[in-house]
Ligand binder design. Structure first.
Ligand code: HEM
Length: 122
């Protein structure tokens, strides 16, 4: 399941970059198609993240950190979506990119350093 999760979020960042580049070039149609594929990938991230988080709802010492990890993950999906919705409308993105960096740091620290699974087979 960690592999599915990693596949989900790495693919998400790649699709975000491609869609971003397409919109930026003025190729709205290609940007929209990649954006739609990214929306399907959100489901993969949510499904794998949801599966990974369930064992933490046991009142154990890592429950709070796992909840923060999950909330930050949903926040990151919202940021990615807002970037791609605002970009073709030529609205400012600076505040979103700042949030992107903050959310990414939280996700990487909690995902790889604090929570125990990291990259695991199975
Ligand atoms: C774009 C969004 C997300 C990013 C960039 C992200 C990033 C990460 C990273 C780097 C890890 C550690 C390595 C791994 O197993 O993949 C991880 C694990 C995890 N993520 Fe996410 N994640 C995202 C969304 C979510 C969501 C939406 C949830 C919950 C609903 C979630 C819950 C978890 C849990 C529970 C773990 C396992 C921690 C462990 O047991 O070690 N993530 N995530």
């Amino acid at each position: 399941m960690t592999h599915l999760h990693i596949t989900g979020w790495v693919l998400g960042f790649i699709l975000l970059a491609i869609s971003y580049a397409m919109y930026k070039k003025g190729n709205t149609k290609a940007g929209k198609i990649v954006h739609m594929i990214l929306r399907l990938d959100y489901l993969l991230i949510l499904y794998s993240g949801g599966d990974l988080i369930t064992p933490y709802f046991n009142g154990g010492s890592l429950m709070a950190e796992a909840i923060v990890k999950g909330v930050a993950g949903i926040w990151m999906i919202a940021i990615m979506e807002m970037i791609l919705v605002r970009l073709p409308k030529e609205k400012p993105l600076k505040v979103l990119w700042i949030q992107f960096v903050i959310a990414l740091i939280i996700l990487l620290v909690l995902g790889f350093v604090r929570l125990p699974m990291g990259i695991q087979l199975g």
